[in-house]
Design a protein around this ligand. Structure first.
Ligand SMILES: *[C@@H]1O[C@H](CO)[C@@H](O)[C@H](O)[C@H]1NC(C)=O
Ligand SMILES: *[C@@H]1O[C@H](CO)[C@@H](O)[C@H](O)[C@H]1NC(C)=O
Ligand SMILES: *[C@@H]1O[C@H](CO)[C@@H](O)[C@H](O)[C@H]1NC(C)=O
Length: 133
């Protein structure tokens, strides 16, 4: 019970400080950097935390033609933030289907539609927990 309360505090505290400090777990920040290279996404701002709702990570405008959205969740089990959704619809991305999404263990929802990503489905994707692609 005490453990749960401690992690709960860390999560809640993260919400408060996320504007100033990185909160996404480091391994997933690295995975996002790899994904950016693989898909040719050059306007994610890694100077700010990917879970911060900063404008490069979440654009409020979304439509059938366009989405730009990375969302995260903080789990009480480990007190860390994890990426759950990546929506990059209609951004003219011209890279390959990114093998490194397999390095985001809590990713369940991906939208790469209306881009020019090519290549075959990466073998690595077999290990993801994706529910929606
Ligand atoms: C990235 O974020 C930092 C910190 O908010 C800001 O100073 C910088 O101008 C941003 N870079 C771009 C390219 O928007
Ligand atoms: C971002 O994605 C989440 C999860 O799919 C969704 O609930 C939210 O409305 C989206 N936000 C924007 C601005 O598209
Ligand atoms: C993917 O597109 C790039 C250029 O846009 C091209 O160089 C590459 O050969 C393509 N790969 C496949 C597997 O079609």
């Amino acid at each position: 019970m005490i453990m749960i309360l401690v992690f709960c505090f860390i999560c809640i505290n993260s919400v408060k400080v996320e504007a100033q400090s990185a909160t996404l777990i480091a391994s997933e920040v690295e995975a996002l950097k790899e994904i950016a290279t693989q898909i040719g996404k050059n306007n994610w701002n890694f100077s700010v935390d990917p879970c911060s709702d900063d404008k490069s990570w979440v654009t409020p405008k979304s439509s059938v033609q366009f989405k730009n959205n990375v969302t995260c969740i903080c789990f009480l089990s480990d007190g860390a933030w994890h990426v759950t959704t990546i929506s990059l619809r209609g951004q003219d991305l011209a890279g390959v289907l990114p093998p490194s999404i397999a390095k985001l263990p809590y990713l369940i929802n991906v939208d790469f539609s209306r881009n020019y990503l090519n290549g075959s489905i990466p073998r690595e994707w077999a290990s993801t927990k994706l529910q929606y692609l």
